[in-house]
Design a protein around this ligand. Structure first.
Ligand SMILES: *Cc1c(COP(=O)(O)O)cnc(C)c1O
Length: 386
């Protein structure tokens, strides 16, 4: 993992405004208030006229939330950031803030399920979408339509963790006048900087690695100040997906250990993935550093703890028996916390539907936590022979 020392220092650094004695707190204060009272009426009316940049009401701006926003904007190398009540609130704000009836969204690569479900719902408002799973720039270019307004990228993609050549896709979209947005939750800004690769917007589920402890749901959007302001008024302030100050504090606290957590997640996940590659009961391992090492080295400063693999016996009965036999991987949704998690998209009756979406039925996704690779490999070993 090649982490930028400036990024690491930015993650770790924290403080608050000085106390009366001039000493500064070592952590961001939680400004737990719903509203801000002003010294006189014209101060309030001025603030209301520019609510994106003023303290009026915590549904708009709040100092604790702003501290998080400043950090994430700097880490992504973007002009401005808005933090949201969840990753999906950030995704919704991009789609609902920028698209009109008649616009089309192209989803490149396997996309987070609820993002696609939201796109389905937006059909009611005349917004259409399609997905392209062949991520070669030629195939993406061919999938663009005259009415395509936005290209949505996930790299690595959901479930199979395939990479997209982000710079190439961003460039071809730009040439066609199409906006791009990257869901950068997997890599975090420490391992991938989509804006530097030519992407227009970055969204995060801060619930995952940024928070890092499975104790907060949060999201963020980073883009130019002008575009963020447009989204603020069109799909933030009125949609009501504001991040609570306490939850912003939890993400800020998570960020302080993000670099050290990521180093350990990478090392342990690689050990686990390499072990799985050697096992007879495993048909394939989907880890970007093992599957696409060249593109991974070019585009990512490292890899994380989330990857998947396929059981050689892809029957649902086998998948369930394997998962239920695990003792140290907890069975649950989400990922990116300190505890290891396992999940599968397989159900009793959906093998054909999965295959149609390009997902192999024997797929198992692991979020490798910080328990130690040795313990996790021993656990996988006993469950694979169960
Ligand atoms: C979890 C997740 C989201 C949604 O974030 P929430 O915080 O759960 O709303 C979006 N994208 C990806 C890739 C995710 O894993």
């Amino acid at each position: 993992m090649r982490l930028d020392p400036g990024d690491v220092a930015l993650c770790v650094a924290d403080d608050g405004p000085p106390t009366a004695s001039g000493a500064r707190p070592a952590a961001t204060p939680i400004v737990q208030t719903s509203l801000f009272a002003h010294p006189d009426l014209s101060s309030l009316t001025d603030a209301l006229a520019a609510e994106h940049a003023s303290h009026v009401y915590t549904r708009g701006q709040n100092p604790t939330v702003e501290t998080l926003e400043r950090k994430l904007a700097l880490l992504e190398g973007g002009e401005a950031c808005k933090a949201f009540a969840s990753g999906m609130a950030a995704v919704s704000a991009v789609l609902m803030g920028l698209l009109e009836a008649g616009d089309h969204v192209l989803f490149v690569n396997h996309t987070y399920g609820p993002t696609l479900q939201l796109a389905e719902h937006l059909g009611r408002f005349g917004i259409t979408h399609s997905t392209v799973l062949d991520v070669s720039p030629e195939a993406v270019a061919a999938a663009l339509r005259p009415e395509t307004k936005l290209v949505w990228l996930e790299s690595p993609g959901t479930m199979l963790f395939r990479l997209v050549d982000v710079a190439a896709v961003a460039e071809l979209a730009r040439k066609r006048g199409v906006l791009t947005c990257m869901d950068n939750s997997w890599a975090t800004p420490l391992l991938q900087k989509p804006l530097a690769l030519g992407v227009d917007m970055v969204v995060h589920s801060a619930t995952k690695y940024l928070g890092g402890h499975s104790d907060v749901v949060a999201g963020a959007l980073v883009t130019s100040a002008a575009r963020l302001q447009r989204i603020f008024y069109r799909a933030y302030l009125l949609n009501g997906g504001a991040l609570a100050p306490f939850n912003a504090f939890l993400v800020l606290r998570g960020l302080r250990t993000l670099p050290v957590r990521l180093r350990q997640h990478e090392a342990d996940a690689l050990e686990v993935a390499r072990y799985l590659e050697t096992h007879d009961a495993v048909a394939a391992v989907h880890h970007p550093a093992l599957r696409e090492p060249e593109l991974a080295a070019r585009q990512l400063a490292g890899t994380t703890g989330l990857f998947s693999f396929e059981l050689a016996d892809a029957s649902y009965a086998r998948v369930r028996r394997f998962i239920d036999a695990l003792e140290h991987f907890r069975i649950g949704v989400s990922w990116g916390g300190v505890e290891s998690l396992v999940i599968t998209p397989s159900r009793e009756d959906n093998a054909a539907a999965l295959t149609a979406r390009g997902i192999p039925p024997g797929l198992v996704r692991l979020s490798v936590g910080l328990e130690s690779a040795e313990l996790l490999i021993a656990d996988l070993d006993q469950a694979l022979s169960f």
